[in-house]
Design a protein around this ligand. Sequence first.
Ligand SMILES: N[C@@H](CCC(=O)N[C@@H](CS)C(=O)NCC(=O)O)C(=O)O
Length: 220
Amino acid sequence: MNMKLHWSPRSPFVRKVMIVLHETGLLAQVDCVRSVVAVHLPPNAAVIADNPLGKIPTLVTEDGKAVFDSRVICEYLDLRAGSGLFPSDPAARLDQLCWQALADGVTHILLVWRTELSRETGPWPAVTKGWQAKLRAAMARLEDEAPALMTAPFGIGHVAVIAAIGQLDFRWPDCAWRDHFPKLAALAAQLSSRPSVEATAVQDDEGGSAGDLTAGHLTF
Ligand SMILES: N[C@@H](CCC(=O)N[C@@H](CS)C(=O)NCC(=O)O)C(=O)O
């Protein structure tokens, strides 16, 4: 029996798990189940049955144990395969975990911002202004960290950075972040040819909704 992954080709947090599945060689041991979730939609009963928080990714192991969130799943898969995406050396591990926290934070803001944009009464400007400032600061920090990311062995920090940047390119294709963060752009270009990154490129499988909320809301 295979593991089961509540999955979407559009989810950046699921993408982290998919990259790790490719890197660890465990992909063939997982059945991906397309699970539609959104914070403003009624919870998906099939996801809730495995994860009371109703979020994806959620992994169910061969023993029926439900594992979430993406950080826990990625660490579990890495440990299981012994692939070293979470280094055992304390300093190298801390670097990777801090990069993951920073990039996951960017991804989180991008997701909740998009939800806010779809609110019927319009977004709350005080909130979106704060997110704009935090995104600028977080992208600037990633730019500072890009040289270290360039030289470090591929790890969970790189995985999270790819997921964040993928979400930015998918939902805000006009924000021109590469013009402002050239070292991060070079890192993204370097990582883009990695097989696990190419194989997990974001797919808009339901089509149509990516362009409508993008223009003018996010600038660097
Ligand atoms: N901290 C979680 C975040 C997961 C998350 O927010 N996933 C989104 C899809 S990308 C989701 O499930 N949204 C639906 C909801 O929050 O109800 C992780 O790292 O897995």
